[in-house]
Design a protein around this ligand. Structure first.
Ligand SMILES: [Zn+2]
Length: 291
């Protein structure tokens, strides 16, 4: 969680965007989050997005700080990325097996927003070459220990000279300000016939429906876009991908993190086991055509 600063500071850094997918400025507000943020629903295309939002330079400054991954102001230690390591590795291992079952794991892998490199590390048996990008320099340094090439920054840091068979962005696109540009960039780095895999919190999922506005992935100011399978696959089609399909993406969480989100605390030993949550992440993959 990113510190809010003083109210005056924050309002100077706010913008009031049109729908990031279709450009319409007609919207409703199905979910009010903490002030000044709401989740808007575009009345033209049905897409959900954060409104208002921080200007992009303000949020990127926060992502460059290494403390971003350590939970900061969340109020419970298990929110930190390292405390979730074993659950995240289990999640990525299952993702990689699901990809392997569809013939999507061979050759060269690029992961955008690789964090501490847990996915890149689990991907070692599946790919010949592994490359990542990460905004936090400290995160990138840790990720390099997996033997992958990791660039500090976004996808523009990766050379277009050598393209990839598989490009993965998991839990990244919900942070992105121009989603169509982003998916086109992923496609530009993919070999003809290669695949793009995108995963994000699922606003259409059972967990969101059960929790209403208390859904943990309603996270302002970080999450600016909210996808379900239909809006995600429509965006991928719009970016020129073909054969867009849903990918199962069960997500493991430490039990203590889940209970903390409901305001309960657990003794450390009981908090550690993993719980699989099936319906909180939406994932899709699509093919980059031979054109
Ligand atoms: Zn729209």
């Amino acid at each position: 969680m990113i510190s809010q600063g003083s109210t005056a500071n924050v309002s100077a850094k706010l913008e009031y965007p049109a729908c990031p997918v279709c450009g319409s400025d007609q919207r409703q507000f199905p979910f009010r989050l903490h002030r000044p943020y709401s989740v808007a629903c575009c009345t033209a295309c049905g897409f959900h997005y954060l409104y208002p939002r921080l200007i992009e330079s303000a949020i990127q400054e926060a992502y460059r700080e290494s403390s971003y991954y350590e939970g900061g102001a969340c109020g419970y230690a298990d929110a930190s990325y390292t405390a979730q390591e074993s659950a995240l590795r289990a999640t990525f291992k299952r993702l990689l097996h699901n990809l392997a079952g569809r013939g999507l794991t061979s050759g060269d892998l690029l992961e955008i927003g690789c964090g501490y490199g847990y996915l890149l590390d689990e991907a070692r048996p599946f790919f010949d070459r592994r490359v990542g990008t990460e905004f936090s320099a400290q995160g990138a340094e840790i990720a390099r220990k997996t033997g992958a090439d990791v660039f500090v920054g976004g996808i523009e840091q990766v050379s277009l000279e050598r393209k990839f068979d598989c490009v993965i962005a998991t839990q990244v696109i919900e942070h992105v300000y121009e989603p169509l540009t982003f998916v086109r960039q992923l496609a530009n780095h993919t070999k003809p016939g290669g695949h793009i895999v995108i995963a994000a919190p699922d606003i259409g999922g059972a967990l969101r429906k059960a929790m209403g506005r208390r859904w943990p992935s309603f996270k302002a100011p970080e999450h600016v876009l909210y996808f379900d399978f239909w809006t995600l696959s429509a965006l991928m089609h719009q970016a020129g991908l073909t054969n867009v399909r849903r990918l199962p993406y069960p997500h493991a969480f430490p039990l203590g993190l889940l209970t903390a989100k409901f305001g309960l605390t657990m003794p450390p030993l009981l908090a550690r086991p993993k719980v699989w949550v099936p319906a909180t992440t939406v994932a899709a993959y699509g093919r980059v055509s031979n054109a």
